[in-house]
Design a protein around this ligand. Structure first.
Ligand SMILES: [Zn+2]
Length: 158
């Protein structure tokens, strides 16, 4: 599939009309909406516990953009979480994971490139950890998952 055709589809999406739209369980409604993001499946960004999905085209556009510019796989550890799963894993009560956020593996990525490219793709929230990078499109902010993570990332951040 030509990537350019996928991107032309994405450019037709009006982000003001398609804000974060909750679509319920992805497993029950696999064809509820268009899915023009070739590098990611619905299941990869659905709740790991129940398969519930969260349809947010602008977020998926940013994720696809990140994948294209990094030119290597983006492995997602955790993405959307239903309220029950978020509570079970000790997520913040107002976690962006309740909408859509991704924790992506650092393996085989240059950390400086990854952080810069994610910012350029439109992500605004950054959680820096030793094994993964949290990305969301919530209030602009960043944090470190402990001293070890701060030490790891510090040299790569401007
Ligand atoms: Zn769930």
């Amino acid at each position: 599939m030509a990537l350019s055709s996928s991107y032309s589809i994405q450019s037709q999406i009006n982000p003001r009309l398609l804000q974060a739209v909750y679509i319920g369980c992805v497993k029950q409604n696999p064809n509820i909406s268009a899915w023009p993001w070739p590098h990611f499946s619905r299941i990869e960004v659905a709740c790991r516990h129940c398969g519930q999905g969260y349809y947010w085209p602008a977020f998926m556009n940013a994720l696809e953009d990140l994948r294209t510019h990094m030119a290597r796989p983006i492995i997602i550890h955790s993405a959307h979480r239903c309220a029950l799963h978020n509570a079970r894993v000790g997520g913040a009560p107002l976690s962006q994971h309740l909408k859509l956020a991704v924790d992506i593996s650092l393996k085989r990525h240059n950390l400086r490139d990854l952080a810069r490219t994610a910012r350029g793709a439109g992500f605004t929230g950054f959680g820096f950890y030793t094994t993964f990078l949290h990305l969301d499109m919530g209030r602009p902010r960043h944090w470190f998952g402990g001293l070890e993570a701060r030490t790891l990332w510090q040299t790569y951040l401007d």
